[in-house]
Design a protein around this ligand. Structure first.
Ligand SMILES: NC(=O)c1ccc[n+]([C@@H]2O[C@H](COP(=O)([O-])OP(=O)(O)OC[C@H]3O[C@@H](n4cnc5c(N)ncnc54)[C@H](OP(=O)(O)O)[C@@H]3O)[C@@H](O)[C@H]2O)c1
Length: 278
């Protein structure tokens, strides 16, 4: 089958390009096509005639979105709608990447796909509005919500921790936000399966297990064999422009119904470190 990936130069896009084999896959970065440009997106879709469009392109800087809401909404919501319109026009199926940040983080048990959206940040709001718009335009599209991405080929939390740990004796990391890290390789493999099985509707796809950022940082430092001390702090002590959900673990039930099991984040972390060092 033919596949078009928007956001192919991003953290997840690079993993999708590496992991996808056996199909004709074409990847696009913002330099190839800006998803805010509806006619350019349509031209790409008409030229490629993909069976599937995977939309991983987004403005993902959560604090940047808070300071630039216009850009957040034009890329993340309106850009997504442009891609959905092009998919609809050309008969392609659409898989859209969304986020745990569509939730407010007030639950204490994993979020199910039908839990109410209640985003707390501009980024979360832009992804939530994109979901609603896409489901209006293409009710049969597949929306994959994921969280806390890490992988090689771009900025991510483990990369930041490893860089900081190389030069600092101690690191302060927040211990009151709980979620699930997701390795781009495992997420990419699950997305490929979802496309191969013509999945539709909202699906939660993360590695399994849960942790706080402090616990994740501690595991990264330990696995990397570094002596840096990691200290737990509160979100209040590390104030950022955009609020983050205190709890955003996504339930694996929707994925299990499709008979897809994800490895734990604890299994994924050493594989990531090997890939990074290899
Ligand atoms: N990172 C996370 O922790 C996380 C968590 C939950 C959900 N997600 C979602 O997962 C998806 C992939 O995230 P990621 O971390 O891989 O993103 P990323 O590394 O920030 O990459 C973003 C991609 O989007 C492209 N892009 C940005 N603006 C664009 C525009 N106006 N037109 C066309 N392309 C544009 C970028 O192209 P250039 O390289 O040319 O700029 C890049 O390929 C996103 O939808 C994101 O919202 C991410």
């Amino acid at each position: 089958m033919r596949v078009a990936i928007f956001g192919a130069s991003g953290l997840l896009g690079k993993a999708l390009m590496r992991e996808w084999s056996g199909d004709a896959v074409v990847g696009y970065s913002s330099r190839d096509v800006d998803i805010r440009d509806a006619s350019a997106v349509r031209v790409i879709a008409e030229e490629t005639e993909p069976e599937w469009i995977v939309l991983a392109a987004a403005y993902t800087d959560v604090d940047g979105c808070e300071n630039n809401p216009d850009l957040a909404f034009t890329v993340n919501r309106d850009g997504a709608a442009n891609v959905a319109e092009a998919a609809k026009k050309t008969g392609a199926k659409l898989l859209f990447l969304s986020s745990d940040y569509v939730f407010d983080g007030k639950k204490t048990s994993p979020y199910e796909t039908n839990d109410a959206r209640h985003p707390q940040s501009v980024y979360g709001q832009s992804k939530a509005e994109a979901e609603i718009k896409l489901l209006e335009l293409m009710p049969e599209s597949c929306i994959v919500r994921t969280s806390w991405l890490f992988g090689v080929g771009g900025k991510c939390f483990p990369e930041t921790i490893l860089k900081l740990a190389a030069s600092r004796p101690t690191l302060d990391v927040v211990n009151d936000q709980r979620g699930c890290p997701s390795y781009t390789v495992d997420l990419a493999r699950a997305i490929i399966r979802l496309c191969c099985e013509s999945a539709s509707g909202i699906v939660h796809v993360t590695n399994t297990g849960e942790c706080t950022w402090f616990e994740f940082a501690s595991a990264i430092v330990q696995h990397a064999g570094l002596a840096t001390a990691v200290r737990p702090v509160s979100s209040q002590q590390m104030a950022r422009p955009a609020p983050r959900p205190a709890y955003s673990v996504l339930s694996p039930e929707s994925l299990r119904r499709l008979r897809i099991e994800m490895p734990t984040w604890g299994d994924a972390l050493p594989r990531y470190l090997r890939q990074r060092n290899g």
